[in-house]
Design a protein around this ligand. Sequence first.
Ligand SMILES: Nc1nc2c(ncn2[C@@H]2O[C@H](COP(=O)(O)OP(=O)(O)OP(=O)(O)O)[C@@H](O)[C@H]2O)c(=O)[nH]1
Ligand SMILES: [Mg+2]
Length: 201
Amino acid sequence: MDSKGFDRPGRPAAGRTRSVKVMIAGGFGTGKTTMVRSVSDIRPLTTEETLTQASAGVDDLIGVADKTQTTVSLDFGKISLNDTLTLYLFGTPGQERFWFLWNGLFKGALGAVVLVDTRRLASSFRAIEEMERQQVPFVIALNVFPDSRDHPVEEIRDALDIPPHTPVVAFDARDRSSSRDVLVALIRHLKERPAVALEPR
Ligand SMILES: Nc1nc2c(ncn2[C@@H]2O[C@H](COP(=O)(O)OP(=O)(O)OP(=O)(O)O)[C@@H](O)[C@H]2O)c(=O)[nH]1
Ligand SMILES: [Mg+2]
């Protein structure tokens, strides 16, 4: 994969396929690993460890009290959206003590999905700031939990201070087709940007 996230050299003759690196980012416990697991065509690589006392008082467990595992390095999955476009998905760790890994993980990424749990909006602030710092185009994906309140999307956009051109969509990370729709929304958003060519060559 080159520095722009494209997998160019040595493509098979029939392989008019473009490969794109996409980040699945967001705050602690927002459902990043769940999304990579539900949507990946291949068995995903995950790096889950049991939540320990080290996170006590550090991680906000309100709303995710049943959570027992956390990503310590990355999630990796792959999905072919059609015959010509394959996405490589890189899920980030959500815990603050692993954020130093983000710089390396983002290398070559063309776009990102930022997951938000509307019960804990603040947990995704840092991830949104990071997209702006890394200059990676992104969509906001509101992962709806059973006790999430039904906020209008525009209210969330205001609360998160998201620019008008950035899509905000609601979804369920456990559901493959719902997660896939989020990735399609991201690709549409990328295609609207003149600098990004996603058509196969
Ligand atoms: N009800 C519901 N539960 C979900 C959903 N997505 C994730 N969960 C649950 O919420 C918890 C957090 O999900 P993870 O996928 O581990 O979240 P994460 O963002 O990868 O977490 P970290 O890697 O620790 O930051 C898990 O217990 C999931 O089973 C969802 O859409 N609805
Ligand atoms: Mg995770």
